[in-house]
Design a protein around this ligand. Structure first.
Ligand code: URA
Length: 434
């Protein structure tokens, strides 16, 4: 039977500020999935949603349909409680590498199905692929087995997880329609709900290096995702965390693995440890595990789970990590205090050095990246190195240097240091406006 609906009706309804019926949403996403709605029509609808939004009912139905477009992973037979974390993406954000084994070391199962990095923030899979032998592709049975035995899995989200989101996200990426709270929330949450986790902690980054620069917008995104998770039976908490300066000292694939190992061994940069512990506390609490997560960072048990997680996916946890062949430094041009380190500039520099990709099929360099040699608030002298650059050729070094030209702001006063953990958003934080 042919549908009485047409793509043009749906686009025009949303363009003019109307609400889409459940039937219209279901029909639209199914038809797009089956190639019966053209990309240009879906792009027009996405742009109408950017301007007009989706109300709570529309958003639930939209998300439900994205989930139903693929398969759900069934983790209900595991003996461990499942809990995952998602970050909206930040520069130097290697928290997942530490958090998954840390939370697993207390008895939870952490199914981290991830994507690859695009643009100035690196992808978790790209980071782990710098470990010799490690493989990102696992079958659902392998995922379940590893979750039961080791407790932590970080692997590629298969093609069957919310496939209509995959298609729509690629279209949004090239049509200026990523920046819409309902579209972002449904995209992220459809994948997390389909992954089968029973609880979820969201790390919503706010600041210069995040795609939500503004705290109010970040809070609205967090609330929207918490509400969607709870509506689908996934206990969900969000934390807004600062992303003005890069997290930690290292930005780049192998460099970030190396820094994660330091944190897993009880050391490493203070900011990485603090954000990890803040998120770990919520993850443990959501699944009823009463423990102080700092203990297993300090006694080596989280590191032990990390090593088992890597080995279970073919990686050699003892193999030396790849190193880039070329190095350079950016020096301070004056004496003073480091008032700001601009995360976005550092992210762009790491990307230009070869650590990130412009198109999804591009290769990445494992050893390339930036080491931030100073922290905000620190006093430096003219001529002192601020950043170390690593790349596999001179050309990349020059392009990375250019991106770092204004990345450090040095002034006479130290400036104000802002908190890293800004705000928690839970289902009790109050309803959304619409
Ligand atoms: N990440 C996603 O998975 N989807 C979005 O829309 C934005 C970020």
């Amino acid at each position: 039977m042919t549908s009485p609906l047409t793509a043009v009706d749906v686009i025009v309804t949303k363009r003019d500020g109307g609400a889409l019926s459940d039937e219209a949403i279901t029909w639209t996403l199914d038809a797009y999935d089956h190639g019966e709605i053209a990309d240009e029509q879906m792009a027009a609808l996405a742009m109408a949603i950017v301007w007009r939004g989706l109300d709570t009912r529309e958003l639930r139905t939209w998300t439900e349909r994205m989930i139903e477009s693929g398969e759900r992973l069934d983790l209900s037979t595991l003996s461990r409680p499942t809990v995952d974390k998602h970050s909206t993406g930040g520069v130097g954000d290697k928290i997942s590498l530490i958090l998954a084994p840390l939370v697993a070391s207390y008895g939870a199962a952490v199914p981290q199905l991830s994507g690859r990095g695009l643009g100035h923030t690196g992808g978790t899979l790209d980071k782990l692929e710098s470990i010799p032998g490690w493989r990102a592709q696992l079958t659902p049975d392998e995922i379940r087995r590893q979750l039961e035995d080791v407790g932590a899995v970080i692997c590629a989200a298969g093609d069957q997880l919310a496939p209509v989101d995959r298609k729509l996200y690629a279209l949004r990426d090239v049509t200026g329609t990523v920046e819409s709270i309902p579209l972002i929330a449904s995209s992220i949450m459809s994948k997390k709900i389909a992954e089968g986790t029973s609880a979820l902690v969201l790390d919503v980054k706010v600041g210069r290096g995040a795609f939500m620069g503004d705290r109010d917008r970040a809070r609205e995104l967090a609330r929207t995702m918490v509400e969607l998770g709870e509506a689908h039976g996934v206990r969900t908490v969000a934390q807004l965390t600062a992303m003005d300066a890069p997290l930690g000292r290292s930005v780049g694939n192998a460099l970030e693995v190396s820094e994660s190992l330091e944190v897993l061994a009880g050391g490493g940069p203070h900011d990485v440890r603090e954000v990890t512990l803040g998120l770990a506390r919520d993850m443990l609490a959501l699944v009823g595990l009463d423990a102080d997560p700092a203990t297993h960072l300090d006694d080596g048990r989280a590191l032990e789970v990390f090593r088992r997680m890597i080995a279970a996916q073919g990686g050699d946890p003892d193999a030396p990590l790849p190193r880039a062949t070329h190095r350079d430094e950016v020096l301070a041009t004056r004496d003073g205090y480091v008032q700001a380190l601009d995360a976005r500039s550092v992210g762009v520099a790491a990307w230009r050095l070869g650590a990130g990709r412009a198109r999804k099929e591009d290769p990445v360099s494992a050893g390339a990246g930036v080491l931030c040699l100073v922290r905000e608030g620190q006093h430096v002298s003219a001529g002192e190195p601020l950043f170390e650059l690593r790349a596999d050729d001179d050309d990349h070094l020059a392009r990375g240097r250019a991106a770092l030209a204004d990345a450090a702001v040095i002034d006479d006063e130290p400036g104000e240091l802002r908190p890293l953990l800004i705000e928690r958003v839970t289902r009790d934080s109050g309803p959304l406006a619409s």
